[in-house]
Design a protein around this ligand. Structure first.
Ligand code: SIN
Length: 304
């Protein structure tokens, strides 16, 4: 019998464990619908704030062999406009996780409520963007802030609350524990690693913002370690992100403790078809290794 690659993250069910990571392929419903049709199990939207925001000047992206460095600066059209994009996604019955950011717990809760009323199946709290002042890892790098924000969102909405963690910290599991204690339904690990590239020709940093977030193959082993550590300390589900390009990469994250994965940089590089490929490879891997379900494979690396 073919293995089943259906999975669930808490009470949310997905046809397969590969979700579009936040911020990839713009912020339109039509690009996310294309990704779903190409085989993703669900989509996480771009991070949306209360007001429209332009983001940084170019250059905002630096692609290299082992991944990508980017600092877009959280450009987004604002929640009022974006509610319409969520409605379009839900019109196509696509499992949709609305990513939101803010510098303030009460505003986070307000954004989450608006995502919920537009039909999002869950919200992902961006507590981890590594380079925008006053939001992301600047606040999400402290356990007490994580607790306050997650609690305020959980008190306000009834959809699941996923907390996306920063790797730019000495103890990521401490942050995850704070999110779990505050009522989060899942932990997403990891966001990008704070980094910099230098142009020797221009004799200056490549990105206009100087520092950005590193993603892709370069961070896979950081992500795996984070997922492993978090799933040892927390009992809520973990969603793995960072350098997933193949079925085997996804299997590594699942064995480390993730019940789903998010794919970002590989989509920017190879297009939405990467979802179909990763799922085919994962299914083949499971068949060869005699796993009949994702559930059976989650966390097996902890039993060694
Ligand atoms: C960006 O918009 O620059 C990236 C967002 C993030 O890292 O969360």
């Amino acid at each position: 019998m073919r293995p089943s690659i259906n999975t669930s993250v808490g009470k949310l069910k997905f046809r397969n464990p590969t979700l579009l990571a936040s911020g990839i392929l713009g912020e339109t419903a039509s690009s996310m619908i294309r990704v779903y049709k190409a085989g993703a199990g669900g989509v996480v939207t771009k991070s949306i704030g209360k007001q429209p925001r332009e983001g940084y000047q170019n250059p905002t992206v630096y692609l290299f062999e082992g991944g990508m460095l980017n600092a877009m600066g959280l450009p987004n059209p604002g929640i009022e406009y974006f509610k319409g994009e969520i409605e379009k996604l839900k019109g196509e019955h696509i499992p949709t996780i609305g990513s939101i950011f803010s510098g303030d717990a009460a505003e986070f809760a307000e954004l989450a409520a608006l995502m919920e009323s537009a039909g999002a199946d869950a919200v992902e709290l961006n507590l981890s963007c590594p380079h925008v002042e006053g939001v992301g890892s600047e606040i999400g790098g402290r356990a007490e802030n994580v607790y306050e924000i997650v609690k305020s969102v959980c008190d306000r909405v009834s959809i699941p609350v996923w907390a996306k963690m920063t790797p730019n910290t000495s103890d990521i599991s401490e942050l995850a524990i704070a999110a779990e204690r505050a009522g989060a339904s899942a932990i997403v690990a990891i966001n990008t690693v704070k980094a910099m590239a230098i142009s020797t020709e221009l004799r200056r940093p490549v990105l206009s913002n100087r520092v950005g977030g590193l993603s892709g193959q370069a961070i896979k082993y950081i992500g795996l370690r984070a997922v492993f550590e978090i799933s040892e300390k927390c009992s809520i589900p973990v969603v793995g992100v960072g350098g997933i390009y193949s079925g085997r990469d996804a299997a590594e994250y699942i064995m480390a403790g993730a019940c789903a994965v998010e794919i970002g940089t590989a989509v920017s590089r190879y297009g939405p078809e990467i979802f179909g490929e990763v799922n085919r490879e994962l299914e083949e891997f499971m068949e060869n290794e005699h796993f009949s379900s994702i559930e059976e494979m989650v966390g097996v690396a902890h039993r060694a």
